[in-house]
Design a protein around this ligand. Sequence first.
Ligand code: UD1
Ligand code: CA
Length: 468
Amino acid sequence: MSLEKPIPPHSPQSLSVVILAAGLGTRMKSQLPKVLHPLAGKPLLNHVLDRADELHAMQRLVVIGHQAELLQSHLQHDQVETVLQQPQLGTGHALTLALKHIPHECHTVLVVYGDVPLLQLNTLQTLVNLCDGQHLSLLTQIVDDPQGYGRILRDANNRVIGIREHKDASASELTIKEINTGIMALPRSQLEGWLTALTTNNAQGEYYLTDVVELAQQSGYTIQTCHPEYAWEALGVNSQQQLAELERHYQAHVALTLQKEGVAISDPHRFDVRGSLQCGRDVYIDVGCIFEGTVILQDGVRVGPYCVLKDCSIAKNSQVLAFSHIDGAAIGANNRIGPYARLRPGTHTEECVHIGNFVETKKTTLGHSSKANHLAYLGDSTVGARVNIGAGTITCNYDGVNKHQTVIEDDVFIGSDSQLVAPVTIAQGSTIGAGSTIVTSTPPGELTLSRSKQVSIPRWRRPNPKKN
Ligand code: UD1
Ligand code: CA
């Protein structure tokens, strides 16, 4: 599912994205660094890093401070640079430290926050494009409640002349509804000069990055502004409550995008994609489903309520019924899976397969029209076509040390409550009598059973209860 139509970047090789993430996330009340809390199954910081990738940034630089070791180890496998900011003397100080690592070939520095995960690609691209030789650009927003935000100061000609932090603002400045989201694009060549001119002469005793705006304006730069397309894009996460709110904004946006493509989602408020979900035509998704990793639903697929689907593909017109859990499986066309089925990695089904309630499969292939409708475990198995697996069938694939294969050929009927002790092959057309424990391979076409003959004991009586 592509949520964004990528716009070719303005200057692909010359963008450095600086991600500020040195602050403390006290209000999360958690051991985990704030920017590592997941949204849609992915850490906040990785949402931001992925956006920077989509912008084709030549450099991604993360400013870290609090819990730096945890963040560093989280980032160690990524193509990301980190800059340590200790102590944290403000956003201006953070960028000053970052600047030392930004190559001179870089034209534009985009400043984003590690705890603002929902900025859309188009918004950032527009902001970056507005920043050129004579302009810097700010992402601003008109809000009803500007409490806490820096206010955008404009002159009589509506030109931006500065940003006033809430704590430094006069009564009249506090009435300004246009706020600084904190996201800005700046020309690399001018930054050194502007940043060295910053002072801590303000209410918080910090180096404010926002003071760069007034300096830029004074040195002849024009400040461009743009707004995010969606009101929720620039929201940040400071608390568990805000994290949950952003999660719902994200999911609502994903649901809406899919609805526009024709997917029927019975309740977008009870719908979660933690990865990517690709849908064909006439797909229906009932309430409470979670899609993780990469999930593909082909035309006509119906997913019942409360299913969890992870890294799987479901071919045309198959149904997944309520409370099923599918992970790492490829489901063929016209299957009926569930309710209450559990398909684990390495499950493959051909067309018209039925897997019913309380059936678990793992590393197992089922051929055309085969059925395992109730209570079974099929592990490390190859099941042919038109096979019926009776209720209670178990492939005993593990001897306590190694795993072994079970092969069940075409047209086999396995009676209920049978154990197939692997390695074993049930040859084509075999019938296994109910309640059998099969330890050696069977001949084709015959009935095989392994259980003692049924006896009835005449005049047998149940014991009487003991008397005290
Ligand atoms: C900042 C802006 C304000 C804007 C608001 C939007 C400044 C001075 N103010 O204020 O105009 O309306 O964001 O949310 O920039 N950080 C560091 N190192 C530091 C300080 C902060 O890395 O020394 C990081 C934080 O982790 C955070 C981001 O920068 O991700 C913003 O810091 P925060 O303290 O939230 O800024 P505000 O005071 O809210
Ligand atoms: Ca903030």
